[in-house]
Design a protein around this ligand. Structure first.
Ligand code: ZN
Length: 314
């Protein structure tokens, strides 16, 4: 029997347990298929294990061979799985994330490799999430991320200045259920047409929603019980009616973007958002559990060419 994901409480323990490629592969197979191996090529489950030190399988239907890395973010990577697991652990256990430079130093990788691994890991983080609508009380808010240094501290006050250009900043929209999950999406602009379809897609009709007075939220009261927090009038906290949870998340996220990831191009921003959201939604789990849970979601691949045009970015 394998040690379960919640039994890993430190990086040391993780590296001690995953001390060779065989155990890493076997563990990946277990997390991925939960006992019923599925053919990577034809999805058939009539699959048998081949003899040998390293777990490999052969499909009885299509006769092809594969191992647990097939069809995952680890496929075609020359990096040993234990380094991958350590990278996942490091990325998820640092509250504000970890730069590819630091990851490269910690795991003895080149920065380019660490950067690529980081993106593949964020890609896995994205898989299979958000299949249940938010309900109860849901706070929502949008923010602007990135841009030049001098603009960086411009906060939501910018919203009030219509006609001002924010072409070096990227808007992100977020929603959080009280005592529940958080979701956040990079959006093209902060207009109602960009925001409201997301709300309707992600929040159960009839729920209570809290937002500020930004006009893009107008009209949502047709579907929701909508209370407005009026920042302009400085009524920041009206008892229960506030958006402090989502604003707290933005604060944390921006500190990580500024402090750890320095500049993130709009093209990659959603992945950093996903990383922060995953960390938030799994904050009750131990670091080891958070990391190893990701193995269940590691299917899918993200090719290097989909990520090139690599600018200097951490
Ligand atoms: Zn097959």
């Amino acid at each position: 029997m394998y040690k379960s994901p919640d039994q890993f409480s430190s990086l040391f323990e993780l590296l001690e347990y995953f001390n060779n490629e065989q155990i890493c592969l076997a563990y990946l197979a277990e997390q991925r298929w939960q006992g019923e191996v599925e053919c990577h090529f034809c999805k058939h489950t009539n699959v048998y294990e081949l003899k040998g030190k390293t777990k490999r399988y052969k499909c009885a239907a299509c006769r092809q061979q594969f191992n647990a890395k097939a069809g995952t973010i680890f496929e075609d990577s020359k990096i040993p799985l234990r380094k991958w697991y350590a990278a996942i652990y490091l990325i998820l256990s640092h509250r504000k994330g970890i730069s590819s430079y630091q990851l490269a130093r910690d795991l003895k990788l080149t920065q380019k490799t660490a950067w690529f691994m980081g993106h593949r890991i964020r890609y896995a983080i994205k898989q299979g999430t958000f299949d249940k609508a938010l309900d109860g009380i849901v706070e929502m808010d949008e923010t602007f991320v990135g841009g030049k240094n001098k603009n960086r501290h411009a906060d939501k006050k910018v919203k009030q200045c219509q006609g001002r250009s924010f072409k070096d900043k990227t808007p992100v929209f977020g929603m959080v259920q009280r005592q529940g999950e958080l979701r956040a999406f990079v959006i093209p602009d902060t207009k109602a047409e960009s925001i409201q379809p997301i709300v309707q897609d992600q929040v159960e009709y009839g729920s209570t929603i809290y937002s500020d007075e930004w006009h893009a939220y107008r009209g949502l009261n047709r579907y929701y019980d909508h209370a407005i927090v009026n920042h302009a009038a400085r009524q920041y906290v009206d008892g229960e009616i506030h958006t402090n949870t989502i604003e707290g998340f933005w604060g944390q996220f921006k500190r990580s973007i500024i402090g750890i990831y320095h500049q993130v191009s709009p093209k990659h921003l959603q992945r950093y958002v996903d990383e922060a959201v995953y960390r938030y939604n799994n904050k009750a789990l131990t670091d080891g559990h958070k990391a190893l849970n990701l193995l269940q979601k590691s299917t899918g691949s993200l090719k290097y060419k989909a990520l090139v045009y690599v600018k200097k970015e951490s």
